[in-house]
Design a protein around this ligand. Structure first.
Ligand code: GLU
Length: 594
């Protein structure tokens, strides 16, 4: 069966289950706006060429995989809240989209408490071992390692934060018993799930060189030496067993029990690239509640995750600069609008690369970066007709001066958005970093390589780099789970994406699509992508944007046409309270609910 056909069947099957099982008013509206995306890089296409916007009245889950959206919807239908559903979604994603996220990784979660009218942000980012130092990613000859060489094996593994983060969120806000949230993932792991085309493709492409090494990951993804195939039923009894333990006993078994011991042994005895995690590192891990970062944008308020993620601040800085331009008057995706947005992105990325890191270790000038007067000054640097070239960071009144961080990021990761029956919301981005993480698999889950999000180089031109490795520190992230509120403080939008530091560009474009160009959530997600991370202006391959290359070049942009494999998953709540779900046609996601 052709993969695209399989994929459509798979999707409509699950969508049918979700909508039918709840006898819901779940409806879909056809969308004409998305381009076919069959032939992308191995990170990309799954054969889905079009997605329909989903509308529901009571609750919704928009996640990267139909099984996960279904699991979350079941919890919400039982009366669970958004935090309960988020746990169920994450555990199923760990099983069915193992390349992207899981209990071996980290996450940032925004929770909107409707009753208290309060936004809380949870930081479940990985931490570096206590013995790590700024030389973690240097070769013995004193040169920095090549990124890909640092990814595979134990060296890049940070203490996973996902479970502690969810435990904290659940203790504070959960309503259903902890163990019930594990049921769907355990059942699927024991009885098997259907491998998706994207998972097949990523395994077949050997995108992570570690997957073929001896060990649990190879046994799982290449049973009897054959790569797993889309359509086949795959079971993960090791994961089911681990989840049963964590469901019954809480996270202790993971952070100081038998699972902790297995993690440490696997990480530290890696034959090629041993790590240095200790039982103490795991036992000491703490998920944190942080202050959200928020800024006004026209009549709205946009909120995101603060440091150690750069995602929220950089999205907000860009939007604040953009508020000095009348984007609504510009044609969506006109060369003029692309020019202005990429210039604002350049300016915000220049600050990001210099100032943002783990604020428990370095003083991140959050208030100065979000000062509206500063945004106004930065906006004045934009020439409407010429690309500005490499933007310099602003002269922020910061106690220390930092060099630009050197930390490449590759796409994997997952975002999901949830609204429950009470109007609470979750916007979470979750990651094991590279596709398949460090490639080390313990108890059926993959361990992250998140430490490669640190700068490999500790100093540049004599100045320290804010995002250098330090013991117990969290690597800077680009993950940007986002929420938008209207002028009355009502939650109207939840969105986010995977995509490394391009996450920031994807979220910005979606926000402009909705807030300035009045597009529906699905149409905004479908927009062909463009973006600038203070370098080239990237235009999405095989889209109508290709035709704007020469106009942009005439304005001095260095244009790069490439795949831009976002995985945006969003929910827009309209004036009448209807939930409109959008899913990125570039991946396998689905919005579902009742
Ligand atoms: N590790 C990246 C971060 O935390 C995300 C990687 C991705 O989106 O693929 O920013």
């Amino acid at each position: 069966m052709p993969l695209s056909l399989f994929n459509r069947i798979h999707r409509s099957l699950i969508a049918g289950i979700v909508c039918a099982a709840f006898l819901s008013a779940c409806s879909t509206a056809p969308n004409q706006n998305s381009a076919p995306r069959e032939d992308r890089d191995p990170e990309a296409a799954t054969g889905i060429s079009q997605k329909d916007e989903v509308r529901t009245e009571k609750f919704m889950v928009s996640s990267a995989n139909p099984y996960a959206s279904q699991a979350g919807s079941k919890i919400l239908a039982k009366g669970g809240n958004a935090i309960d559903a988020a746990i169920a979604v994450q555990l199923v994603l760990n099983l069915v989209e193992p390349q992207s996220s899981g209990i071996g990784g980290g996450a940032f979660l925004l929770y909107w408490d409707q009753q208290q009218q309060q936004l809380i942000t949870f930081d479940g980012r990985e931490t570096a071992p206590e013995t790590a130092d700024p030389n973690l990613f240097y070769e013995t000859d004193g040169t920095p390692m090549k990124w890909i060489e640092a990814v595979v094996g134990g060296r890049s593994v940070g203490v996973p934060g996902v479970l502690k983060m969810f435990e904290k969120a659940h203790q504070q806000y959960g309503t259903l018993p902890w163990d019930t949230l594990f049921e769907e993932a355990i059942t699927l792991a024991e009885q098997g799930f259907i491998v998706s085309p994207r998972l097949e493709k990523l395994v077949a492409a050997s995108i992570n060189p570690g997957l073929m090494r001896d060990g649990s990951a190879r046994d799982y993804f290449y049973p009897n030496g054959e790569a797993i195939k889309a359509g086949q039923t795959l079971k993960n009894p090791a994961l089911a067993k681990a989840l049963r333990q964590i469901a019954a006993d809480g996270t202790t078994v993971f952070y100081s029990g038998t699972i902790a011991e297995q993690i440490i042994t696997t990480v530290n005895s890696d034959p090629d690239n041993p790590g240095q995690l200790s039982l103490q590192d795991l036992a000491n891990y703490q998920a944190k509640v942080r202050e959200p970062v928020c800024a006004p944008y026209r009549t709205y308020k946009i909120c995101g995750m603060g440091p150690p993620s750069s995602g929220g601040l950089t999205v907000l800085q860009t939007m604040q600069i953009l508020s000095h331009f009348d984007l609504a008057k510009m044609e969506p995706l006109s060369t003029e609008s692309i020019h202005i947005i990429t210039q604002a992105e350049r300016l915000a990325f220049a600050d990001r690369n210099t100032y943002i890191a783990d604020s428990d270790f370095v003083a991140v000038p959050v208030d100065a970066l979000l000062n509206p007067l500063y945004a106004q000054q930065r906006a004045q640097l934009i020439d409407r007709h010429q690309d500005m070239g490499k933007a310099e960071p602003g002269n922020i009144d910061s106690t220390t001066s930092w060099s630009e961080a050197q930390s490449p990021e590759l796409p994997s990761t997952s975002h999901f958005s949830i609204v429950d029956q009470q109007g609470n919301g979750v916007s979470i981005t979750t990651s094991i970093e590279m596709a398949f993480g460090s490639s080390l698999m313990v108890n059926g889950f993959l361990l992250n390589n998140q430490l490669t999000d640190f700068s490999f180089v500790a100093e540049k031109d004599g100045a320290k780099i804010a995002n250098s490795v330090e013991p117990g520190k969290r690597p800077r992230s680009s993950m940007a789970p986002t929420m938008v509120f209207d002028k009355n403080g009502k939650l109207i939008l939840l969105v986010g994406s995977p995509g490394g530091s391009r996450i920031i560009n994807y979220v910005i474009e979606t926000l402009v699509g909705l807030l300035d160009w009045s597009l529906s959530i699905q149409d905004a997600i479908n927009l062909p992508h463009f973006g600038n991370r203070n370098g080239t202006t990237d235009l999405e391959k095989n889209t109508r944007l290709e035709s704007q290359k020469s106009e942009l070049e005439a304005m001095n942009h260095k244009v790069n046409i490439r795949d831009l494999n976002s995985g945006l998953q969003g929910i827009n709540i309209d004036n009448s309270g209807i939930l409109n779900g959008g899913s990125d046609p570039r991946r396998e996601g689905l919005a579902a609910g009742q």
